[in-house]
Design a protein around this ligand. Sequence first.
Ligand code: SAH
Ligand code: SF4
Ligand code: F3S
Length: 472
Amino acid sequence: MNSAGQALIYHILTYGCQMNVRDSENIAGLLESMGYIEGQLAEADLVLLNTCSVRHSAENKVYGKLGEINRLKQQKPGLFVAFGGCMAQLPEVRARLKKMKIDLVFGTHNLHELPELIRSAREGRKQLAAVWENNGPVVEIDPGISIRPPGSSAFVNIMYGCNNFCSYCIVPYTRGRERSRMPDDIVGEAHQLAGQGYNEITLLGQNVNSYGRGLDMDIDFAGLLHRVHEVEGIERIRFTTSHPKDVSDSMINAIADLPKCCEHIHVAMQAGSNRILKLMNRGYTREHYLDVIGRLRDKIPEIAISTDIIVGFPGETDADFRDTIDMVEKVQFDSAFTFMYSVRSGTRAAQMPDQLEYESKNRRLAVLNDLQYAIAKRKNQRFTGRIMEVMVDGPSKSNQDRLSSRTRCNRIVILDGSLELVGRTVDAIIEEAKTFSLFGRLTDGYEDSCCNEHNSGLDYGKDVASDQGRNN
Ligand code: SAH
Ligand code: SF4
Ligand code: F3S
């Protein structure tokens, strides 16, 4: 409460991947349990940044926003500023934050103690930092307190951290070692979500298909899919992201056999050259990657495959880049998130010789994007004139008068229709196909004739159509 007896207002700014989106739902729940209510940045008493450090550009966005928040704090000295997420785990970031007007810095392993930390920081006069380098067992936050956005779809963490140490990647340093949640906790959360009216869940982890490793029980990712599949009320199951080295036949069979598992997989390729894959420490070759894609398509012929690709890794030659282009032509991805390599201090690749200049990385990115966008558009055009089963997510981000929905293969379909359809599964006839989304209209009384035309992919933001700028 403020001095006028009104509830204090919080505003959360979330950057980065779905892990952060999910953490912010927990953070919102913790703040509301303290009596805060959500509001706009300009009216906030507490602003919390949940940050990402995966690329330089992600960090820059946060520093830019801190400038704006600093100006707000000058006008409103009582504004409480909390800084959490992946950037907070990095010592060089914390050193920089020390000089700023930030009240609390908290790490990715300290979420559960946020209320306590906020109270302590309010009492103290100096910046409080609470950042564990914790790799211990998962500290569960009661999912019942989460504030999830209304709609049909919810995220469920199945594991935290990553053990892969791809040489370019900061995530193992910011999120710690891989830890799987207990299957009963995951299934319990899925039941709870079904009870709240959610009918689609996305299982989250940096490497979901190594789920179960390190748990003292006989369960793997396929086993978990089977267990989640039994939850009544959940109609669609998605998961992200899968590592190519851990795509097992049991996982492929589970996706093929379990009707609720949507026909989409996000399986990051990163590069097409064996030399670069080795330098990246990815643990597979291009031949293995093609074998994985072949096995997936054999069992699930219309599965949608999405990927992540990095251009301009240190030492990447024209020939290496041509290998990436060749793989993109061979695999024909339904969609791809493409990135320029970004130096992350503390990672092995940051020390590698032959770092490329911005211009050559940018040129390669443009060539790759031109190719991939053409493939995506052509693949989308196959759906024109077809009827597809879509689940309505909510108003479209780009046009609030229309609805945004998704096919089982995770394609966005923009439709006209009333908000009462949110959360419902309906049939839509596809009238137009663009690179990042389809446009359609509702049908009545048609049988879905094409629902094996599923493919899917990972969504780093729900509205893929608005996600074209995510490549630097
Ligand atoms: N665990 C996921 C990836 C999470 S990070 C997976 O392995 O599939 C999301 C993507 O960011 C990565 O797949 C990679 O393509 C990209 N990325 C990570 N570090 C990067 C860096 N230093 N520069 C550019 N892109 C990077
Ligand atoms: Fe990063 Fe590799 Fe782990 Fe993905 S698998 S989070 S790219 S280290
Ligand atoms: Fe970014 Fe951390 Fe996710 S670095 S991509 S928010 S795990």
